[in-house]
Design a protein around this ligand. Structure first.
Ligand code: SF4
Length: 348
């Protein structure tokens, strides 16, 4: 028996009691990350080549199609959606999708969040809050405007700080994400920690993920977080805590600042056993694991029919292929990543 809860555009009614998504290893999929665009107004050196070739617009799902897909996932048990990119806020009319999804909060969806580089935040912060977003992640790798320009190639540090100010003023809780890069921000981490915690923001540091061909040599950038942690513990006192945000970060409480610091270590620590997430790209490709190449084409199922039952069947089939764990390996001989797509395609 299906319970009808609404329609999207001309599509068939949504079903609220579609079968939940349980993968072959017994993990319930409750978290969907949606990369709404592969484009970005920055060109971070560890993420993109300077002359990126982006997807042709015709390959992108429309915002209505993204909404219909997200709704299918909510009907199948997704409780949390994070919009990512590229940079999600550079997608034209993105707030239309945010508003649509925000209406689902409390009826299926528990939380809608956004990961942003902060460049467009000053413009959108109030509306994000108005749409029901309460927490956002802002990617920020340095507090030095000149270094910021160097790592992002095109970014303006002052604009990001304005964005953070506006978001906090609007009532959004912010977590800063910093990619740990050897010889780049290693020495700055104590300051970043004080900056984040001084403004009431959590900070998460992330090991570089070997995804997508770029011009730099990733093996030179790799900074193990175990080393970073040891260095930080010369100045700060950490206590491991059981704080969970539904993500892979392991958190510590920092005695000197009272704030939380998270570590995400895809290379040196396997966080797969509790994985509850899948990733959807802006072309409707579903990646069941960030660190594997296997994917399902949901665009065909979406465009081929208005019958949501078939769409649900395509999602179910994809979930049966969710692998046990990731396969991040840097091919050191060829200096190539094991996963060739860029992080800006799947949104990290
Ligand atoms: S890391 Fe984020 S901000 Fe930087 S280029 Fe990639 S998508 Fe853009």
């Amino acid at each position: 028996m299906n319970t009808r809860v609404g329609t999207i555009g001309n599509a068939a009614p949504l079903v609220a009691d579609a079968a939940p998504m349980i993968d072959p290893f017994g993990r319930a999929v409750t978290y969907l990350r949606v990369s709404v665009t592969d484009r970005c107004d920055f060109r971070c050196t560890y993420c993109m080549a300077e002359n990126m070739t982006f997807l042709p617009k015709k390959d992108l799902l429309t915002l209505e199609e993204l909404d219909r897909l997200c709704s299918a996932f909510i009907a199948k048990g997704v409780r949390k959606i994070r919009l990512t990119g590229g940079e999600p806020l550079v997608r034209k009319n993105i707030m239309h999708l945010v508003r649509q999804l925000g209406r689902r909060i409390g009826s299926g969806l528990d939380e809608l969040t956004v990961t942003t580089n902060g460049s467009q935040l000053a413009r959108h912060a109030e509306e994000l809050y108005d749409c029901g977003v309460r927490r956002i992640n802002v990617s920020l790798d340095t507090l030095d405007p000149e270094k910021f320009r160097r790592i992002t190639r095109w970014g303006d540090f002052a604009k990001v700080i304005d964005g953070i100010d506006a978001a906090q003023k609007a009532g959004l809780k912010i977590k800063l994400n910093a990619v740990a890069l050897k010889d780049f921000n290693e020495v700055e981490m104590p300051d970043m920690l004080r900056f984040a915690h001084g403004r009431g923001m959590d900070l998460t540091v992330i090991e570089t993920m070997p995804m997508g061909e770029i011009e730099e040599d990733r093996t030179d950038q790799y900074l193990p977080l175990s080393k970073l942690r040891t260095d930080l513990e010369r100045q700060f006192t950490f206590t491991d805590i059981d704080y969970q945000t539904g993500g892979p970060a392991r958190y510590v409480k920092v005695a000197e600042t009272g704030g939380r610091l998270g570590f995400i270590t895809p290379l040196t620590h396997n966080f797969c056993e509790s994985c509850n997430r899948v990733r959807l790209t802006c072309t409707g490709t579903l990646y069941m694991c960030l660190g594997q190449n296997d994917a399902a084409d949901l665009r065909a199922a979406l465009r081929g029919t208005e019958d949501n039952g078939l769409l649900h069947a395509a999602i179910d089939e994809a979930i049966t292929r969710k692998p046990k764990g990731h396969d991040f390996i840097i091919d050191r001989t060829h200096k190539r990543p094991a996963v060739a797509r860029h992080m800006s395609v799947t949104g990290g």
